[in-house]
Design a protein around this ligand. Sequence first.
Ligand SMILES: Cc1cc2nc3c(=O)[nH]c(=O)nc-3n(C[C@H](O)[C@H](O)[C@H](O)COP(=O)(O)OP(=O)(O)OC[C@H]3O[C@@H](n4cnc5c(N)ncnc54)[C@H](O)[C@@H]3O)c2cc1C
Length: 404
Amino acid sequence: MNFDYSDKSQNLIDRLQAFMDEHIYPVEQEYIDAVHNNPNRWSTPPMIEALKQKAKDAGLWNLFLPEEYLPYGAGLSNLEYAPLCELMGRVMWSSEVFNCSAPDTGNMEVLARYGSEEDKKKWLVPLLEGEIRSAFAMTEPAVASSDATNIETSITRDGDEYVINGVKWYTSGAMNANCKIMVVMGKTDTSAPRHQQQSQILVPMDTKGVTVIRPMAAMGHYDEPVGHAEVSFDNVRVPAANLLVGEGEGFAIAQGRLGPGRIHHCMRLIGCAQRALDLACERVENRIAFGQPLSKQQSIRERIAQMHCDIEQARLLTLKAADNMDRYGNKVSKNIIAAIKIVAPKMACNVIDQAIQMHGAAGTSQDFILAATYAYARTIRLADGPDEVHMMQLGRNLIKDANA
Ligand SMILES: Cc1cc2nc3c(=O)[nH]c(=O)nc-3n(C[C@H](O)[C@H](O)[C@H](O)COP(=O)(O)OP(=O)(O)OC[C@H]3O[C@@H](n4cnc5c(N)ncnc54)[C@H](O)[C@@H]3O)c2cc1C
């Protein structure tokens, strides 16, 4: 594998870095204040719309969509996108400015790959334009959803429609006032083989019977204005054409979408961890304790060195996973995608935790991004599959391969 960035990637890195320096870092506090002072906590502050237009004008838009989806997106490979996603990860809300935020990215990829022409016109184009947002509803409060075969929401055919009943939670994005469409996973046939019972269906947020029950907190944060909703579906009727691909294809679609989604989280987490290390290096140089800067303490230097090593290891594994996905496809790359999903969130938690420690009380405060970033990293040890499930699957595959 070639570790150099392609010219295309380097050019975009330089432009994205310049954009972050000019338009994002200077308004970090302004954004936080805008969210806190917003009369409607679930509406996106207007300053984001202005930044989105600037990013579009600068050609920094839809960078996540790989070449196979051209003319949609920038046509970058996963490897080319990795350093860009990392840069966005340094300021968590900035992904939306470039139309590269989860869960929209995964949903756009699903719509581009599996949507009908009608679906693309109605939902994919406005998503690509950044006019609307979307959500992905799989997890349910009533069942252990790390095993997606447990999902109980029913999707029942009735003439030209499907009728949906069930309760979902942690549906990220569904609290947002601009969220117009959900991709919902449920069961169409409970008598089919275990992995062919599930289907995915498009449900507009304003469909009769869809109720947002409450916002769910994640580590004490409600993540406004995006949020994670608990949503009930009571006899929700949508046209039969809203079903993606066909009955029983839900699991296959989910596997396809989670590959890129997982690696995007990892790329962002590398950015979160690198920013935490950069902040720690600055802090320990300027904070005096026991007559000298903290940076003079051997234990601080060792921990800074270890943080750097941990980030670099995870970064290289992420790049290798991205390269494998480009060369061999998502399915064949499942082991390395699992590996990086195991490594990156834990690495980010550890690195950010160390940075918080070096900042003292300030590390837990609203004056630094560290506490909120830690909460994000911690939740990614669960979202898109908990660590243990990836370890179970990776371990199983490795043993099987070794004995083949
Ligand atoms: C901030 C946040 C955002 C999220 N966004 C979304 C979203 O947009 N859409 C969506 O559908 N879901 C979302 N989720 C939900 C997430 O995907 C689930 O929480 C996750 O899949 C685990 O399911 P569960 O919570 O039901 O845990 P359970 O299935 O109840 O599992 C509990 C714990 O059991 C352990 N465990 C499970 N299996 C094994 C095993 N084989 N061996 C050992 N231990 C095991 C793990 O530690 C696991 O955390 C989000 C979650 C969070 C926290």
